[in-house]
Design a protein around this ligand. Structure first.
Ligand code: DC
Length: 212
């Protein structure tokens, strides 16, 4: 099974690069952040408090969740846009720090990889916990300012405010007890500051060739 794990902080370019790399290598692509967002979105829609550990775990275990390149479907409803609202982005840290939810979603990620014969999988703990034996483990990063500027170019907003929100999310991502964001053992760090998509892709393809 050929798994390429891509981890790193918000705004480092993971999704763009993961999709482009998957297309180039003829592999499927999985956005695991969308899974944490989908559980958050479903909890908010059902008035389940995001800090109610057991209710959220029950939700994560029982919901039908389908994530693919076309979008995200929860219990038959398309939530592709709904998972990107500021409310979901603000609340997702509660879901991501729930260890039982992490166990459930990690199982689903491994089942997905089995069913697809591997893939390019992006998140925060993919190389460190979910697929420690991945063919290539990448840690994509960029300066906080550049990450904020990229978000503003995509979706608008104030760059200082977004930089602060990104720093706060970095804090909660790196400090949670279960699956904190960190460079996995054996991972290759790619700093995308000042590089365009093609340059990042070329750097990754070179790393892949070195690893084969
Ligand atoms: O990549 P993203 O911003 O859409 O991810 C949303 C949140 O989900 C992010 O704050 C961290 C969390 N996440 C996680 O804890 N583990 C993953 N494998 C992927 C995302």
């Amino acid at each position: 099974m050929r798994v390429i794990a891509i981890d790193g902080p918000a705004g480092a370019g993971k999704s763009t690069i993961a999709k482009a790399l998957a297309a180039r290598l003829g592999l499927e692509y999985l956005d695991t952040g969308a899974m944490y967002r989908a559980v958050t979105c479903a909890a908010l829609q059902r008035d389940i408090p995001v800090d109610d550990l057991s209710a959220v775990t029950e939700l994560a275990r029982t919901m039908a969740l389908d994530v693919d390149d076309r979008g995200v479907i929860v219990d038959g409803v398309d939530v592709t846009s709904a998972i990107r609202t500021p409310e979901v982005t603000e609340s997702v840290r509660w879901i991501a720090s729930n260890s039982d939810v992490r166990t459930e979603l990690r199982n689903r990620q491994r089942e997905w990889a089995d069913a697809h014969g591997g893939g390019v999988i992006e998140g925060r703990d993919i190389g460190s916990v979910v697929f420690p034996d991945a063919r290539l483990k990448l840690y994509l990063t960029a300066s906080p300012r550049v990450r904020a500027e990229r978000r503003v170019a995509e979706a608008g907003g104030d760059v200082d405010e977004i930089e602060r929100a990104i720093a706060s999310r970095d804090d909660s991502d790196t400090s949670r007890a279960d699956g904190p964001l960190r460079e996995a053992e054996g991972s290759r760090v790619v700093d995308t500051t000042g590089l365009d998509i093609d340059q990042v892709l070329e750097a990754i393809v070179r790393l892949l060739e070195e690893n084969e």
